[in-house]
Design a protein around this ligand. Sequence first.
Ligand code: ATP
Length: 213
Amino acid sequence: MKINEDLNRLSQDQRLYQLEVPVIGLTGGIASGKTTVSHKLQEKGFAVINADHLVKDIYALPETLKFITTEFPDVIKDGEIQFPLLRQYVFSNIENKVKIENFIYDRLAQAFKAAFNKLDHPKMIIYDVPLLFEKNLQHLFDMTVLVYAPREIQRTRLMKRDNVLEKMADSMLKSQMDIEEKKLKADFIIDNSKSDSELAEEINRLIHKLQIH
Ligand code: ATP
């Protein structure tokens, strides 16, 4: 199986972290099904790197504990970061948010490269990035893929998955860019508004686009 050379939209130096292979950005909206799709692609042998997992790895570094201990000592209990407290610091104060984000983002390239080097010479990378469009990163990808479900379906799935009430679900949805806006920006849409079997067909459509058979 070969990759579709049309995906080589960018030169290496234009690409995210100057990757030598095409990089496909996979994104979605809250509870639209991105994680479900990402797992399915991994099962089918695609090399997937997950931005949230990289951030989690960075939070586990001793230097991060040291940074948080120095900057936000109240957030540390028994030598560990208390994430609910840290989230409060981030949400209540933009300066705190920028300080923490800058620390994490400065280490993201290195974490990405480490994850990439663990893979077995993949021909392309699928990078799962929840806030790809919110952070305006689309120009760094050879192709962007949006896992789409209309807002009402997002809300229903979110209420069920996270066991939250409608009001809470709506305020969580409001914190992200509207999925209809993302739909206009994405190169490829995976429609996940229907059943699991229809999602499987949509994933096959993507795989067909990524590969030459
Ligand atoms: P988030 O970004 O909020 O983590 P996500 O986009 O990764 O969300 P998932 O966690 O994959 O979304 O899916 C949200 C919920 O919807 C999950 O409980 C999942 O099992 C369910 N779900 C996903 N696809 C479908 C589908 N086609 N039909 C019914 N339920 C689905």
